[in-house]
Design a protein around this ligand. Structure first.
Ligand SMILES: Cc1cc2nc3c(=O)[nH]c(=O)nc-3n(C[C@H](O)[C@H](O)[C@H](O)COP(=O)(O)OP(=O)(O)OC[C@H]3O[C@@H](n4cnc5c(N)ncnc54)[C@H](O)[C@@H]3O)c2cc1C
Length: 548
């Protein structure tokens, strides 16, 4: 079939946002032609694309861009590998399926950054969050939950009658011992506390965006990288279409929408002449529109993974032991509770002083109940190099509200789809204080509680490092984080609302060009990004359709 060369809407990138947006626009604008251009391939129906461990195996495959960052001085000059879906469905084909929203102040800060644009406040987004979910408990509050959206949102331990991880009881008790309260509904504005871990796996199958949001009636071209946005006009430049990497042009009658993801959207803008004029002139790229913030405020939920050795693994407490061979245990991520915690006020205030955070931003962060770290204990080693025979569990502690900011720009070869990434993780006093505090809490829970003393023997450090204990100093914990801390694959914020796009997601200073993906998040949200992002896309579709 001949490929269209003129359509109404071109969406660049068929990942989480691109596919969901195309589907929603098709529904609202049935007479418009919509084309999705995706650099990666169609993942097909293979089993591997579906299961959680199959997803791990895809990291580094043809479905993963597998970007390498620049050496990062704040993390012992290490280069970080960033997993990033290169496939129809984007990150949703590789990701872990965890589902959580941020706190209401996280989104209210978005609205504030847009001069009080209530559409992007928690209250403004809530109807869209609800549209995305089919919450498993139909008796839950209809004010907070949706019941007929594309994603079945369910706690891991409720997905199958037999999916009861044996360490849950002692673990819950251990968190209680260290003073963490139970949070029965983390979707009711506040994440803080110990809650069930929610996911969107259905019968052990993932729900990639291109399947959750049907693409009937949408033209989709896979293995079709876009190399540039095309503009015309001298006054306010107007996006007219795109140039593909094979040199072919495709024109858009109405809009070009970039959904290339946080790591690639700024690269495409820069390559097309939209960005910092000094950077563009250095690279001999003709300036279309000066927007110095393109690529400047990128962040991720920086994290530390730790491993803990189980006492007497023959009891069958973690995956790898034959007692846990029921497939239900791997019907999603093998974890069941999520611990979300704040920082003691004195530690927080000192870090904010050191970072010079003042005014409304400071007040918002000092509000009681803000969550700065999330910890999950996964009942499997997960990483190569640690035994997966049921003798080890893995703890992931991530910064929910990182304040360090990285930078994304063009690589040496300006035509290369690989961006130059300087992540700058862990550079603020707030990030250091929060992650050190979070890791200290994990050490206390795992190694210093009555509830777990018969279950956990010791921390198993990565090769060449000494184990951390409850006696470890802040300095030792900080050194560990610098030595092995990693991104959680939750890149956000490289083309933020308020700076690069306006509240209608229009790229500032040009016509007919929008961005719709995780790059538009103006500041971090505490939960894992998918739930927030699908809500953003739902709202974006309404905004775009209303202006059609
Ligand atoms: C390993 C992993 C685990 C994760 N786990 C979770 C989790 O448990 N819960 C959660 O909430 N989130 C999770 N995430 C994050 C979540 O998947 C991402 O936030 C989400 O996919 C971002 O969506 P996006 O639309 O911004 O970009 P993506 O989904 O990355 O889509 C961008 C798409 O654009 C394409 N593209 C880029 N440039 C071009 C171009 N020039 N031409 C054509 N196509 C282009 C890319 O190939 C890609 O398919 C995880 C991510 C990863 C990688």
């Amino acid at each position: 079939m001949e490929e269209p060369t003129v359509v109404d809407y071109i969406i660049v990138g068929g990942g989480l946002s691109g596919c969901a947006l195309a589907s929603l626009l098709r529904r609202s604008l049935p007479n418009s032609s919509i084309l999705v251009l995706e650099a990666g391939q169609d993942p097909g129906p293979e089993h591997d694309v579906v299961t959680i461990f199959g997803g791990f195996a895809l990291q580094g495959s043809a479905l993963d861009w597998h970007f390498q960052t620049a050496p990062t001085p704040s993390t012992a000059n290490r280069t970080h590998t960033l997993v990033h879906g290169k496939t129809l469905g984007g990150g949703t084909v590789l990701n872990y399926g965890g589902w959580s929203r941020g706190d209401d102040p996280d989104y209210d800060a978005w609205a504030a950054r847009l001069g009080g644009d209530a559409r992007w406040s928690y209250a403004g987004l809530l109807p869209y969050f609800k549209r995305t979910e089919s919450f498993y408990d139909t008796n839950a509050s209809a004010e907070k939950h949706g019941f007929d959206g594309p994603f079945k949102v369910i706690p891991t331990n409720a997905s199958h009658a037999s999916r009861k991880y044996p360490l849950r009881g002692p673990l819950e008790q251990a968190w209680k011992e260290v003073g963490l309260r139970r949070n029965l509904d983390p979707f009711a504005n506040r994440l803080a506390g110990l809650s069930d871990f929610y996911e969107i796996w259905e019968d052990g199958k993932r729900r990639p965006s291109h399947l959750a949001y049907p693409l009937d009636g949408v033209s989709v071209r896979t293995s079709t990288p876009v190399s540039q946005i095309l503009f015309e006009g001298d006054g306010t430049p107007k996006a007219t279409g795109v140039k593909l990497s094979n040199g072919q042009a495709v024109n858009a009658r109405k809009q070009v929408i970039i959904s290339g993801g946080t790591l690639q959207t700024p690269r495409l803008l820069l390559r097309s002449g939209v960005g910092d004029p000094s950077v563009l002139s250095e690279r001999n790229i003709p300036l279309v529109q000066a927007l110095p913030s393109v690529g400047q405020q990128y962040y991720d939920h920086f994290a530390l993974y730790q491993w803990f050795k189980i006492k007497d693994p023959s009891r069958g407490l973690a995956l790898g032991h034959p007692n846990l061979s029921d497939p239900a245990f791997v019907a999603g991520m093998p974890t069941d509770v999520s611990a979300n915690e704040g920082l003691p006020r004195d530690i927080l205030a000192k870090a904010l002083d050191e970072d010079g955070v003042v005014g409304a931003e400071r007040e918002a962060l000092l509000q009681p109940g803000r969550v700065f770290v999330e910890t999950l204990i996964v009942y499997h080693a997960l990483a190569p190099g640690f035994p997966s025979d049921g003798s080890v569990v893995c703890a992931s502690t991530l910064l929910t509200l990182p304040s360090s900011r990285g930078r994304i720009s063009l690589s040496q070869d300006i035509e290369s789809p690989t961006p130059h990434i300087e992540p700058n993780y862990f550079t603020t006093a707030l990030d250091r204080a929060a992650l050190i505090h979070g890791v200290r809490r994990v050490l206390k829970v795992m190694l210093g509680t009555e509830a777990l003393k018969d279950y956990i023997e010791t921390e198993l450090p990565p090769p060449g490092l000494a184990p951390l204990t409850i006696e470890s100093s802040d300095k030792e914990i900080e050194e560990r984080i610098r030595a092995v801390g990693v991104a959680h694959h939750h890149a956000m914020g490289s083309c933020p609302m308020g700076k690069v796009v306006d509240g209608d997601l229009r790229v500032k200073g040009v016509q007919n060009l929008r961005i719709c993906d995780a790059s538009v998040f103006p500041n971090p949200v505490g939960g894992h990004p998918m739930a927030s992002l699908y809500g953003v896309v739902e709202q974006a579709a309404d905004i775009i359709a209303a202006s059609a």
